[in-house]
Write a protein that binds this ligand. Structure first.
Ligand SMILES: C[S@@+](CC[C@H](N)C(=O)[O-])C[C@H]1O[C@@H](n2cnc3c(N)ncnc32)[C@H](O)[C@@H]1O
Length: 336
């Protein structure tokens, strides 16, 4: 398990606090759309300042820091995009991850309100999860977040001959499509709010395996889940809901599975006895405090217990090859 450096000395504590400087530099570059402006050529500072309508002094200091961090390359007095900046951060490139970057960028102000959320235990007054424009944008962000990892995960999860898969809260369908690509005999259904499914349809349209994907617009908490499936994939949704909501949903999912069916849960589980690691899972709980009524990240043993109470006979963690997982130790398989 990855252990994060503990902050034992004052200097280590100070460095951890002051680490906000580079993220702020990166976000300002995104806000200026600097990487798109740089495109595929080299720029002097005066030309870049003119192009972006910003001060030469400001952009020189920004670019110097971006080059120092390896995001830009400096040649003489000119700057150009490094490989990631030229692709994933560049709005003119097909691999641009604009929606996901915008999600990360927009959370800077939200995280600054953390103290209030800690005081009240309540989330920020935020976008309505049912607002269609917000949901479409969020779904693109989710696709851009998991487009690489989904195929690695899908190739390693053995569906054991299952013919039908429900991707519950599947958003853009990235995981459903990856499972379909890895399992040629599989039919999948992606269940989510209608605007998320519009994005899923757009992503699936040019893909061969997209013909085996069906769409189920439904609030799965409020409504009965129609049909029965050999496998249910519940990825990155557990953390949105409270323990009670998840336990209630697990009982409902048990009756949406065929005999011998399996529920696969992917999330940022807390793994150690004291509940302190992995750090990424606990930091994600902070995101849930900011944005959800009752969400959190959960200890893997608690989730196992909820599953057994819901009628799942065998529950085990699935191991992924290191570096190919969505979350460290983040996959549970529960069988009826
Ligand atoms: C964080 S995203 C995860 C998307 C995808 N499963 C993944 O792993 O990348 C959570 C998704 O769950 C959906 N969701 C949450 N609660 C829902 C509900 N009650 N009914 C339908 N969809 C829901 C959201 O709309 C969103 O698309």
């Amino acid at each position: 398990m990855t252990r994060v450096p503990t902050l034992r000395s004052f200097d280590e504590f100070r460095d951890a606090v002051f680490a906000y400087r580079l993220p702020r530099v990166l976000l300002t570059a995104l806000e200026l759309d600097l990487f798109t402006a740089l495109g595929s050529r080299s720029w002097t500072i005066p030309a870049l300042a003119k192009r972006l309508h910003v001060s030469q002094r400001g952009i020189e200091i920004l670019c110097r820091n971006l080059a120092g961090a390896g995001v830009l390359k400096k040649q003489g007095a000119s700057y150009r995009n490094g490989p990631v900046a030229g692709r994933e951060l560049n709005g003119s490139h097909p691999l641009y991850r604009g929606a996901y970057l915008e999600l990360l960028r927009s959370q800077w102000d939200d995280w600054s309100c953390l103290t209030d959320c800690v005081k009240t235990g309540r989330p920020l007054d935020h976008e309505d999860p049912d607002d269609p424009a917000y949901r479409r944008q969020f779904s693109w962000a989710m696709h851009q977040r998991s487009m690489d990892v989904a195929s690695h995960v899908a190739k390693q999860v053995n569906l054991r001959g299952g013919k039908t898969l429900l991707d519950l809260g599947g958003g853009p369908g990235t995981y459903a499509l990856a499972f379909l690509a890895a399992n040629p005999g599989l039919q999948a259904t992606v269940c989510d709010r209608a605007p998320a499914l519009e994005v899923a349809r757009q992503i699936a349209a040019p893909l061969k395996q997209g013909r085996r994907l069906s769409y189920l617009p439904l609030d799965f908490m409020a409504k009965t889940i129609p049909g029965r499936y050999d496998a249910i994939w519940y990825s990155n949704v557990l953390h949105i809901y409270s323990p009670a909501d998840n336990q209630w949903l697990f009982r409902k999912l048990a009756s949406a599975l065929n005999p011998g069916g399996r529920l696969l849960i992917q999330d940022g589980f807390v793994l150690d006895r004291q509940g302190l690691y992995p750090q990424e899972a606990n930091l994600f709980a902070v995101t849930m405090l900011l944005f959800t009524e009752g969400g959190n990240t959960y200890h893997v043993e608690d989730v196992r217990a909820w599953l057994r109470e819901a009628g799942f006979a065998s529950v085990r963690s699935l191991k992924m090859k290191k570096g190919t997982e969505d979350w460290e130790g983040g996959l549970l398989e529960a069988r009826l």
